[in-house]
Design a protein around this ligand. Structure first.
Ligand SMILES: *[C@@H]1O[C@H](CO)[C@@H](O)[C@H](O)[C@H]1NC(C)=O
Ligand SMILES: *[C@@H]1O[C@H](CO)[C@@H](O)[C@H](O)[C@H]1NC(C)=O
Ligand SMILES: *[C@@H]1O[C@H](CO)[C@@H](O)[C@H](O)[C@H]1NC(C)=O
Ligand SMILES: *[C@@H]1O[C@H](CO)[C@@H](O)[C@H](O)[C@H]1NC(C)=O
Length: 367
């Protein structure tokens, strides 16, 4: 990957919420990376999207192998929210950078459906930490460039790397020069955080990888079972900004199937996840697991916490699966936790707060 020089500017507006101080900001980044080239299928109709589902299910994965690489440059706006406790304490100079997974946006970390049940942000703030959470490229209020050629994992890793560098220098104007920076991910956000610890281990003081593992063999079948629809055909109003190569699953029942283990969630939580869902581009799906994941140069603490019934990373049963992550962090204090009564979308299960307690206790003990 080629690292680029970068420009940014920050436009801040304040949104004051009880017991926390939050700043909403747009960060402008210039990103140059070597992106993969593929023979992407045409995607204009849902017949073509269903055929894409077939291509994805094929036992022979030729279609998703790169045909080459090209240098791609883009200027992107990343929308983020920074929250810090209203009373600064010992932990508030530790900034946690939260990267959401596919199918959500940054509100995964701070869902409006019931913040007291589900907000990781509020729980981390109550433990004194500051949090920076952002819409990944192609999601929420961030730029939605070409989903084939631009929104690839290489670009998203470079964005996370640049954001981290700027946060460390207080170059975004958050008003805090952090003493420590922790990377917290969910699913694809964990993939990106893991990749950052491989390429630039000096940028992170710890990893919390949720909804994650290193055995990718169930990923394909899990994604195929979503059903693929062109997002802007499914909801022309909500997904008006998305090119037709951004797809989404068919119904909220697919959402449940992939993210939430029955009966450990509320109707409100599932409805919220479906109302807030974000589409995914083909370039993301095609490059999701590319790159090196062995973080031998990383010596800071790592926690992997994954729902017992996680579908994409455990094939629906994590017993005996997550241990395969050990070789990926040979020089870290690694803790692996199978979180009970939960599927892939831990933050929207009833016992989300128990997972948050595990995470914050881990940080308290190991940071
Ligand atoms: C990105 O922005 C810079 C500075 O504003 C400009 O010079 C450059 O041409 C832009 N590049 C692209 C690919 O839009
Ligand atoms: C990390 O672990 C690997 C494999 O166990 C080892 O070869 C290497 O020397 C260790 N240290 C660093 C800084 O990479
Ligand atoms: C999960 O896998 C373990 C180990 O293979 C097995 O003993 C257990 O019965 C499985 N649980 C379920 C619910 O299938
Ligand atoms: C919040 O958690 C309680 C206890 O688990 C549960 O009964 C309730 O349905 C949850 N609320 C929402 C909106 O999910």
């Amino acid at each position: 990957m080629v690292h680029s020089s970068s420009i940014f500017l920050a436009l801040a507006s304040s949104a004051l919420v009880t017991a926390r101080i939050c700043i909403d900001t747009d960060v402008c980044l210039k990103v140059t990376t070597q992106n993969a080239q593929f023979s992407f299928p045409t995607l204009k109709t849902n017949e073509q999207a269903a055929d894409l589902q077939f291509q994805f299910a094929l036992r022979d994965q030729e279609a998703v192998q790169p045909t080459g690489y090209e240098t791609v440059t883009g200027n992107y706006t990343i929308n983020a929210r920074f929250c810090t406790p209203d009373t600064p304490g010992a932990n508030s100079k530790t900034i946690q950078i939260l990267t959401h997974g596919i199918g959500f946006d940054k509100n995964y970390w701070d869902p409006e459906v019931s913040r007291s049940n589900y907000s990781y942000v509020d729980t981390a703030l109550a433990a004194g930490y500051s949090t920076f959470f952002y819409d990944r490229l192609g999601n929420g209020k961030s730029s939605k460039p070409n989903p084939n050629t631009h929104v690839q994992s290489f670009v998203e890793l470079e964005i996370l790397t640049q954001l981290t560098t700027f946060i460390r220098e207080d170059a975004i104007g958050l008003g805090i020069t952090p003493e420590k920076v922790i990377h917290v991910g969910h699913s694809y956000g964990s993939i990106l955080s893991n990749r950052l610890a491989v390429d630039t281990p000096e940028l992170s003081d710890g990893l919390i990888l949720t909804g994650y593992g290193h055995n990718f063999k169930w990923m394909q079948a899990s994604l195929v079972a979503w059903g693929f629809e062109i997002a802007r055909l499914q909801d022309p109003v909500r997904f008006a900004d998305f090119a037709s190569e951004y797809i989404t699953w068919a119904t909220k029942w697919s959402n449940q199937f992939f993210f939430l283990k029955y009966p450990f969630f509320s109707t409100e939580a599932l409805d919220y996840a479906e109302e807030e869902k974000g589409p995914v581009g083909l370039g993301t799906l095609w490059t999701i697991g590319m790159g090196d994941f062995v973080a031998s140069g990383f010596e800071k603490p790592v926690l992997i916490i994954t729902g017992q019934y996680d579908l994409p990373f455990c094939g629906g049963n994590c017993t005996g699966v997550l241990e395969s992550s050990e070789p990926y962090f040979p020089n870290s204090t690694l803790s692996i936790v199978t979180h009970p009564d939960a599927g892939h979308g831990i933050n929207l299960q009833f016992n989300a707060q128990d997972a948050y307690k595990t995470i914050l206790d881990f940080l308290e003990e190991n940071l």
